[in-house]
Design a protein around this ligand. Structure first.
Ligand code: GDP
Ligand code: ZN
Length: 299
């Protein structure tokens, strides 16, 4: 029996990275009745057939977490790529990613790219002050890239970023074999929302994987649709010291009187734009009911 991680799945075949190399597998195990379909990132056990070196999946280990779209399991780190040089990133997009990460129990890292053009002090400060890890890089000059490489080594990470922030450029800097197309407008049109390109894990030098997540490029994830409004407060870790201290139980921390979170915003202890993002997200999920979430999928 061999162990490995699914790097990609195409037409019923799964490509599993193992100590014996990349093995093409079919799913045959009993797990299909319980766990359902294997997805990229799944840690699996397999049996290699001596006749032809192909394998079949025997079992899937329990998932640490999973995203719905793109369908990928066991992410250690979600990286939100941003830029203070045009196109300037709206912090709300970053906050969506940090909230997804918190909700799914993944680490999150904000990367401010294009520091050669703009150091992004304001963006940097939002996240530093909120206790969220933030790094600055320039894909153009290579500044900060070694530190980012060291940070993702050994992990399974996925990168999100609004179009034009330099996500492809950063990925190529991290691993020359990545082959992400920089500034590829035609590619962007061809690969828009309606064309499916499957998520894939790229092994990186020194260990670990980066998920190539085409559907994740513009932060148009649907992950937040699966969060209950009353759980959203926990997806903003800097709110934690104030939770349970509001005047009214069940306080939504949006505009309630005697809200400890709002008081902390007014006292400058919580960054205003973070609270604004919370309110926008709250508005978008507040009518969601538990049964819709159960229907919606995995957590
Ligand atoms: P993506 O859409 O996020 O994948 O962004 P790309 O990697 O395609 O880059 C978009 C544009 O920004 C291209 O013209 C890149 O050359 C440019 N760019 C990427 N990284 C940097 C950087 O660090 N500094 C500067 N000045 N430009 C960059
Ligand atoms: Zn409150």
């Amino acid at each position: 029996m061999t162990e490995g991680i699914i790097l990609k799945g195409i037409g019923g075949f799964y490509y599993v990275d193992t100590a014996d190399g990349l093995i093409e597998c079919k799913a045959r195990g009993r797990f299909r009745k319980t766990v359902g379909k294997p997805i990229v990132g799944d840690r699996v056990t397999l049996e290699i057939q001596p006749e032809d070196g192909t394998g079949y999946l025997l079992d899937i280990q329990p998932r640490k977490n999973s995203l719905v779209r793109p369908a990928v399991a066991n992410l250690d780190l979600l990286v939100a790529v941003a830029s203070a040089a045009p196109p300037v990133t709206d912090p709300f997009l970053i906050d969506k990613v940090t909230a997804i990460a918190a909700h799914k129990e993944m680490d999150v890292l904000v990367v401010v790219n294009k520091t050669d053009a703009d150091p992004g002090d304001a963006l940097y400060e939002i996240y530093r002050a909120s206790g969220i890890e933030v790094m600055r890089v320039s894909a153009l000059t290579g500044e900060g890239i070694d530190a980012l490489k060291a940070r993702i080594r050994g992990l399974v990470s996925a990168f999100a970023g609004n179009s034009g922030v330099g996500k492809s450029s950063v990925l190529n800097r991290l691993d020359a074999s990545f082959g992400a197309q920089v500034g590829a407008i035609s590619d962007r049109l061809g690969r828009g929302k309606h064309t499916t390109r499957h998520v894939e894990l790229h092994p990186i030098a020194g260990g670990g994987y980066i998920a190539d997540t085409p559907g994740f490029s513009s932060f148009e994830t649907e992950q937040m649709d699966l969060v209950l409004a009353e759980d959203l407060q926990f997806a903003f870790p800097e709110f934690a010291p104030y939770l349970g201290r509001c005047k009214f139980t069940g306080c939504a921390h949006v505009k309630e009187k005697g809200c400890a979170v709002i008081e902390a915003v007014q006292a400058g202890k919580i960054v205003k734009s973070r609270h604004e993002s919370y309110c926008r997200l709250y508005e978008s999920v507040k009518d969601l009911k538990q049964w819709e979430i159960s229907k919606g999928g995995t957590r």
